[in-house]
Write a protein that binds this ligand. Structure first.
Ligand SMILES: Nc1nc2c(ncn2[C@@H]2O[C@H](COP(=O)(O)OP(=O)(O)OP(=O)(O)O)[C@@H](O)[C@H]2O)c(=O)[nH]1
Ligand SMILES: [Mg+2]
Length: 319
């Protein structure tokens, strides 16, 4: 196992506060870069701890939780803390970005949730796929709860849903799509939403947007890598070459044609060499003819994240 030392220098301002990500120095043994290694990824910044507290405070205001997973990685994008956090609140699961995932595998996931008695729907908040079915599902999930309210004489209040999920899963985009507004700020990186915000879908339905949250420790490296691949973890703390090598390794075993079709390259070599070949094909060359592997890595990650490698599901439901 080779060694990678990622040294992140954190400068301290004269007020004593930390200036994050001031400089990242990578000491890498390039000779060993083509070997499989363990990446240690952790990202649990203070704003997520604060959001968790806000979520607990909001629970008394809401009837149902809409939990978004990324359809490409439904297991890894499920925050293990959420079950405990929301207790026995009604829940609707949405597999978002479904048009980037393998359609048949997504169907298997939906069936799995239904078998477990969880209301679930595959949606795409860009194309709008199934978005018009979400309200019906939400209404069904709170029907009993609202009937009890009517019995108690409480009427005339809209259904209120709390939208939860990991960073960058598409919570704000989903809210904008279903409400046909652009009230919620969105962006292709984690941590765009910084505070909670109520958005009215119609007179009967209100949604609470929240900042994405992760959990304090990823016990499984694969989970951390999957989250990093889909950009739920901020790129600034990651090494793009390492991440790209891991993605190549996974794609080669899962769906090699995704790489072959896009880059027309030979995959019968180790993952770092594949990365170099991608760089060569795509003109990521520095003076002297060497491949700029950082550029090649970013290009590959960008292609994967934008769906240019085709529809890919990295996780299947376990039998
Ligand atoms: N292809 C595709 N892209 C999506 C979908 N939903 C969201 N996106 C994109 O994913 C990125 C993140 O979307 P946001 O809505 O900002 O994600 P978020 O969950 O609110 O993120 P935080 O506020 O950081 O927690 C944006 O670039 C969106 O355009 C989807 O269903 N399909
Ligand atoms: Mg957001």
């Amino acid at each position: 196992m080779d060694k990678i030392i990622l040294v992140k220098t954190v400068m301290t301002s004269n007020k004593g506060g930390k200036i994050p990500a001031a400089k990242t120095i990578l000491h890498k043994n390039r000779f060993m870069l083509n070997r499989v290694r363990n990446m240690s990824i952790q990202w649990y910044p203070g704003h997520m701890v604060k959001t968790k507290r806000q979520i607990i405070d909001s629970l008394k205001l809401i009837d149902v939780v809409i939990e978004l997973f990324d359809a490409r990685i439904p297991d890894s994008s499920k925050n293990p803390d959420i079950d405990e956090l929301i207790g026995n609140k009604q829940r609707v699961v949405l597999l978002n970005k479904c048009e980037m995932a393998d359609e048949n595998i997504t169907k298997e996931w939906i069936k799995r949730y239904k078998d477990m008695g969880i209301s679930a729907l595959d949606v795409d908040s860009i194309t709008g796929r199934n978005i018009n079915r979400v309200y019906t599902l939400v209404k069904e999930s709170v029907k009993e709860h609202f009937e009890k309210r009517v019995e108690k004489g409480i009427v005339g209040r809209p259904v209120r849903a709390l939208v939860l999920g990991i960073p960058n899963v598409g919570k704000s985009t989903f809210i904008n799509k279903i409400s046909s507004k652009s009230s919620a700020k969105t962006g292709d990186k984690p941590g765009v939403t910084r505070s909670k915000q109520w958005i009215k879908v119609n007179k009967d339905f209100e949604l609470l947007d929240t900042p994405g949250i992760l959990w304090p420790k990823f016990d499984d490296e694969k989970v951390a890598l999957h989250l990093a691949f889909i950009r739920a973890i901020k790129d600034e703390i990651l090494d793009p070459e390492e991440l790209a090598v891991k993605l190549i390794e996974e794609l080669v075993s899962l769906k090699p044609e995704a790489l072959k079709d896009r880059y027309k390259i030979d995959l019968n070599t180790d993952a770092f060499e594949v990365l170099k070949n991608i760089g060569r094909k795509r003109g990521c060359i520095v003076s002297g003819g060497e491949v700029n592997t950082v550029r090649a890595a970013n290009l590959l990650l960008d292609d994967f994240r934008s769906g240019r490698l085709g529809r890919l599901s990295l996780e299947k439901p376990q039998i």
